[in-house]
Design a protein around this ligand. Structure first.
Ligand code: GDP
Length: 216
């Protein structure tokens, strides 16, 4: 991408994420999903990966994290309307050290059905902690996304915790791994919610999936 185009995209991302972001629905079962409508981008990752922090950094608000961290709402898909142009979907974190088997089964069923039956799901952002790189549970999720033919993009979080040469090595290795996955987006977005790294770039990438505004 050349410089002027990139600048335009960054501006489009800024404009989109400056819009109102409103909680519209929480679904703990398939029947509770909101009707299919606007393009959706879902955020997934292991618990503690920094998903809430990144959603807050993207939207410049704390509403999303507050809603999604509310006990009882943490095991559901939470839908947020962003300016009537894109829906952000906060998926429950995975990694279930303490969860009951029955709950894991329910969760897996809901996610599976959501992923396979949502034609307006444009992308899943798979968040991975930059300090740990991909773990078995991330790989298992990638395989499910491949099988469901859902396009996904890896977003590294907490990049402020990793030295630049290590980050470069890690993204290189992960990029090579992603090339083996049918549904993976080749580009990895490196972010830090705390340092603000990569946030404008991720906004711009997501703006490209939104309903265009009259200014785009
Ligand atoms: P979630 O469980 O995936 O929603 O993760 P949270 O957003 O609640 O963050 C989990 C932990 O990681 C918290 O202690 C955050 O302060 C920390 N964290 C989140 N984002 C960053 C980041 O960009 N840099 C660093 N250093 N820590 C982060």
């Amino acid at each position: 991408m050349n410089a002027p185009d990139e600048r335009i995209d960054i501006e489009a991302g800024r404009r989109l994420f400056a819009q109102d972001c409103r909680f519209v629905a929480g679904a703990d079962r398939i029947e509770a999903l909101p009707p299919i409508g606007l393009p959706e981008v879902a955020f997934a990752g292991r618990s503690n990966v920094g998903k809430s922090s990144l959603l807050n950094a993207l939207t410049g608000r704390t509403t999303l994290a507050r809603v999604s961290h509310t006990p009882g709402r943490t095991q559901q898909l939470n839908f947020f309307d962003l300016g009537g142009r894109l829906v952000l979907v906060d998926m429950p974190g995975f990694g279930f050290a303490r969860a009951a088997k029955r709950r894991i089964k329910d969760w897996t069923g809901l996610i599976e059905r959501y992923l396979r039956g949502r034609p307006n799901l444009r992308r899943v952002c798979l968040l991975i902690d930059a300090r740990r790189a991909a773990m078995a549970i991330d790989r298992a999720f990638m395989e499910r996304l491949d099988a469901a033919a859902v396009s996904y993009q890896v977003v590294l979080t907490k990049a402020d915790k990793v030295k630049p040469p290590d980050l470069k090595r890690r993204t290189g290795a992960l990029g090579a791994e992603l090339a083996q996955h049918a549904a993976a987006h080749p580009e990895i977005v490196v972010t830090s919610a705390h340092a603000g790294i990569g946030v404008p770039e991720l906004r711009a990438a997501l703006a490209a999936l939104a309903v265009p505004s009259q200014f785009d």
